[in-house]
Write a protein that binds this ligand. Structure first.
Ligand code: SAM
Ligand code: SF4
Length: 364
């Protein structure tokens, strides 16, 4: 697809590549989310269908060398300052450790993070650390094996716990845990999950469920909201705003204290830890968004909800030079929508259309 660059003279058309990934609304993307694969060994109901998703062919997916070249263009020419490897499940890719090592060799100072379901982490945690991975985020929505199996449609709870412990042992901490709460399934599990994370020094972040499930079952009325999550946590913990600056981060962070222990304490003692709540739907942070996304097959998506995709794989394989690839990436980001508008779905705003791609096929 060719994107007409709509910038008037003097804006993008004349910007040198060093001006980075700027959009029409003045935002500049510096945080790259790159998907290593669309495949996964779980089937979380808020993400993938139970069956029937078509996989990309092996030839369609970017090779390790293509990934390393693309990240190089992003970092050296377009101002990318942070990288997160994701999927699908990035650890199902056999060459994930080599990819991290190649990226680290090319960019000694780049923060490289990885988001994983931890099913395959026991064997890979130490090699990933040795290859130069900076940080890890692990998804865990419940501490109950039966609920885990219901949510993910796979019986791998024990493997996930073992993977988390392996990451901790390998020195990939401080570990961040991501949790999505689903009404009627694990919406009562938040406080227990928080207590478990606090005991181990893991930082828990709840993510509001977004309409990116392959089954299109999401409803605005049915989702568990950030304010509901706070209310439920409040029954057991005392949450107070984290005094550290939010600095455009998607998660609103709170200091956590035991409610009973803190009763009557003035001033309050030190917190047990912190918790983050990412209210992508009800309190969107689009105005501060710094993200650019590249799918496993090399398409730039300026937003999770963007309906425009710009193909870089064709350029990579067609002999384009780095300048040309950088310019197309800039084109894609120029068209980043101002906001996603999903908070209004079902509340009267008809303009939001759920993307065809599910979260696993974009890269969360
Ligand atoms: N497979 C890895 C994992 O689960 O951590 C990485 C990819 S996954 C798409 C990245 C993150 O997106 C996970 O933390 C997952 O919980 C989250 N996610 C997936 N579908 C979502 C949805 N519909 N709404 C909000 N978060 C979602
Ligand atoms: Fe797989 Fe992650 Fe999607 Fe769950 S959220 S199905 S683990 S890609």
């Amino acid at each position: 697809m060719t994107v007409e660059r709509p910038a008037p003279k003097g804006l993008l058309g004349e910007l040198p590549a060093s001006e980075g990934l700027r959009d029409q609304f003045g935002r500049v993307a510096t945080d790259l989310r790159l998907s290593l694969t669309d495949k996964c060994n779980l089937r979380c109901s808020y993400c993938m269908p139970a069956e029937g998703l078509e996989w990309l062919s092996r030839q369609a997916v970017l090779t390790a060398d293509e990934i390393i070249r693309l990240v190089g263009i992003g970092v050296d020419r377009l101002g990318i300052r942070e990288l997160r490897l994701t999927g699908g499940e990035p650890l199902v890719r056999a060459d994930v450790v080599e990819i991290v090592a190649g990226l680290r060799a090319a960019h000694p100072d780049l923060p490289i993070a990885l988001t994983t379901n931890a099913v395959g982490l026991t064997a890979k945690a130490a090699p990933l650390k040795a290859a130069g991975l900076t940080r890890i985020n692990i998804s865990l929505d419940t501490l109950h094996p039966g609920t885990f199996a219901q949510l993910t449609r796979r019986p791998f709870f024990d493997r996930v716990l073992a993977g988390i412990e392996a990451a901790d042992r390998a020195g990939l901490g401080p570990i961040k845990i991501n949790a999505v709460l689903m009404r009627g399934i694990n919406d009562g599990d938040g406080a227990e999950l928080l207590a478990w994370c606090l005991e181990r020094g893991y930082e828990l972040r709840f993510i509001e469920q977004m309409p990116l499930d392959a089954d299109h079952g999401w409803t605005r009325e049915g989702m568990v909201t950030a304010s509901e999550i706070r209310e439920r946590l409040d029954e057991r913990f005392l949450l107070s705003p984290d005094p550290r600056a939010r600095d455009g981060a998607p998660a609103e962070r709170f200091e956590v204290r035991d409610r009973d222990a803190a009763a009557g304490e003035a001033p309050l003692g030190p917190p047990l830890g912190t918790v983050g709540i990412i209210a992508s739907v009800t309190e969107p942070f689009c105005a501060d968004c710094k993200r650019t996304r590249v799918t496993a097959e090399g398409k730039v998506m300026s937003c999770l909800f963007s309906r425009e995709e710009v193909d870089l794989r064709g350029l990579l394989r067609g002999g384009a030079d780095d300048d040309e690839i950088a310019a197309r990436w800039q084109d894609a980001m120029w068209l980043k929508p101002r906001a996603h508008g999903m908070g209004h779905v079902g509340l009267g705003a008809p303009d939001f259309v759920q993307p065809d791609r599910s979260m696993s096929a974009i890269g969360g």
